[in-house]
Every structure is written in structure tokens, then in C-alpha cells.
Ligand binder design. Structure first.
Ligand SMILES: O=C(O)CCC(=O)C(=O)O
Length: 294
């Protein structure tokens, strides 16, 4: 087995020492939690980040997200379902050296690797997903239909920057739905909401929908079905996400949507090769772990 390149080293100056240490420290994952994650396709992890760390990064992420809001000049009424669901801004780690410390942090990479059972993980991309005050629901979907990957070893860490009660639209997961083939070719839309909702009910899939405490994050597989309710509060629901993939993931583009993501997130990678573009640094490398079987 070939060895992976060394995981990226970060040498930040402006971040307080205690926050820098927190970002580097491993998060303890019990065997039972890892097994539950692999069975359910998602997991909530309490106290993953401290309120101090979130409070430090929140204003930076918020400024970048609002500055780059692609729909700045439009009201919610003028947008379609996707546009009303969230303001979406990608790869903040490329834009800001401080946000980069959170996006590339070892703690996130270690948890992603242990949950998936990989000996290393790379960055696929990060994104801010801000559900505006009064913003709409996020339709049911599976993320991986957008991604040109040769395996299911990819996960998103969803990091709310504030406590997220039900009224703000936390994520709702279909338990075990990563093992089912439902709506896997559907982009996020009214159609995906209708079709997947129908199948979730018809197949009796458990919908797990609960609030997030401050500091709590969730991880979900690329094929796990999920949605979010609307934000009925007067505050934006501020969320940062980091998407990790197995460090040995190979590029397998099959659709036009895959080709668009190939061009954006891993431009120098050739089909059939490991995604090792400079945009896909190794974020964590540990000792080989038990491989995930599905
Ligand atoms: O934040 C949301 O409303 C949706 C998030 C999502 O679909 C994801 O992070 O995969």
C-alpha cells in the first residue's frame, strides 16, 4: 500500500493559543458511536467545538458569506426553492487565512477519518450555508450525487455557529438511508423534496430531526438523505460545513454535474486518479483503521 503525503501543517499567528490547541486536539470517539454512525449514516457530536472557538470564527465567516452572497440584490420572494434555502459560499479556506485554520483543522480530519475507517482524509471543499431569517426549507437530497467519486467514503461535518433550535432549521436525517438507493440522481429541488419525502414515508425510514446545542456538530455520509426545515426566526441560521473524503479517493466522473464539480474542486486531477489537486490537501493521517464495509 502506498503511503499518503504528510498532512498539512498550519502555523497561524492571530488565533489565540487555546483555540489553536483545541483545533489540533483529537475528539474522543467511542467505538459504539463509530458503529452507530456507520449504521445510521449520521451522528451528532456534542461539545465538538467550544463556544469561544465558534465565537472567534463566526464574525469572519459571516462577513465573507454576506459579502459574497450571490443573491445580494434579490429578496427571498424573488428566489426559487434552492435560493430561499440558503446563501451558499464555497471554499472559504481559499479566501481567508484565518478561516483556513478551522477548515483544515486536525480535529475535524481525525473525526472524519475515524468515523469512515480511513487512514487519511483530504479536503473536498468547505462551504458556508446561511439560512436567512425567514428563509425556506432545504429539500431532501443526498450530497454525493454531485460528487465524482469512486467510493462512498466521504462525509460532511455540519457546524452551526450558534445554538440551532427547531425554528431555525437544523438538519433532519433519514436513518440508514445511505444504504438505500433513493433519489440518488436528483439535484436539490422541489422534485427531490417531493419524491424523497414520499419514499421516506413509504419505506418507513426514521426521520431524525432535533436541535443542535452550541458547539454540537453532525457528520453525515455523502449518500445519507437529509433536509432542513425553514428558518422562522428573525436571525440567520449560520452554518459552516467541511466535506472530507478518503485520502485515496479516485476521480470517477459520470455526469455533467460531476464534471462541473471536477472543474471547480479538483481541476488538475485526471479521471481514474487519486484526487490530489492542491485544493485537496491531506488534513489528517493516522494509523490504519478498520475499513468501512459498505
Ligand atoms: O444547511 C442546510 O440546510 C443543508 C445542508 C446540507 O445539505 C449539507 O451540508 O449537506
Amino acid at each position: 500500500m502506498s503511503t499518503l503525503p504528510a498532512a498539512i501543517e498550519l502555523t497561524p499567528e492571530v488565533v489565540p493559543d487555546d483555540i489553536r490547541q483545541e483545533l489540533n486536539q483529537p475528539y474522543r470517539l467511542d467505538r459504539q458511536v463509530v458503529e452507530q454512525f456507520r449504521a445510521d449514516g449520521f451522528v451528532h457530536l456534542p461539545r465538538f467545538f467550544s463556544p469561544a472557538a465558534l465565537g472567534f470564527f463566526d464574525p469572519l465567516i459571516t462577513r465573507i458569506t454576506l459579502d459574497r452572497n450571490p443573491h445580494k440584490d434579490k429578496s427571498l420572494d424573488e428566489l426559487d426553492t434552492y435560493g430561499r434555502a440558503f446563501i451558499q459560499v464555497g471554499n472559504l479556506w481559499e479566501l481567508d487565512p484565518v478561516v483556513r485554520l478551522l477548515a483544515l483543522c486536525r480535529r475535524g480530519g481525525q473525526a472524519a477519518a475515524e468515523l469512515m475507517g480511513c487512514d487519511g482524509v483530504r479536503m473536498w471543499h468547505d462551504q458556508a450555508l446561511y439560512k436567512q431569517a425567514g428563509g425556506g426549507f432545504t429539500p431532501w437530497h443526498a450530497d454525493q450525487q454531485y460528487w465524482p467519486f469512486d467510493s462512498g467514503k466521504c462525509v460532511t461535518m455540519w457546524i452551526p455557529l450558534q445554538e440551532t433550535p427547531m425554528e431555525m432549521g437544523p438538519l433532519c436525517f433519514g436513518r440508514g438511508s445511505h444504504h438505500k438507493n433513493i433519489g440518488r440522481d436528483m439535484t436539490i429541488s422541489d422534485d427531490s423534496e417531493k419524491f424523497i419525502q414520499h419514499e421516506v414515508k413509504r419505506q418507513g425510514i426514521d426521520e431524525v430531526y432535533k436541535p443542535y446545542a452550541l458547539g454540537e456538530v453532525s457528520f453525515h455520509y455523502g449518500w445519507t438523505l437529509h433536509r432542513a426545515g425553514p428558518n422562522t426566526t428573525s436571525q440567520p441560521r449560520r452554518v459552516f460545513t467541511i466535506i472530507y473524503m478518503d485520502a485515496r479517493m479516485k476521480l470517477a466522473p459520470r455526469t455533467p454535474v460531476h464534471r462541473a464539480d471536477w472543474a471547480r474542486w479538483t481541476p488538475s486531477t485526471c479521471a481514474g486518479r487519486v484526487l490530489d489537486d492542491p485544493l485537496n490537501p491531506v488534513l489528517y493521517q493516522g494509523s490504519p483503521a478498520t475499513e468501512q464495509t459498505s
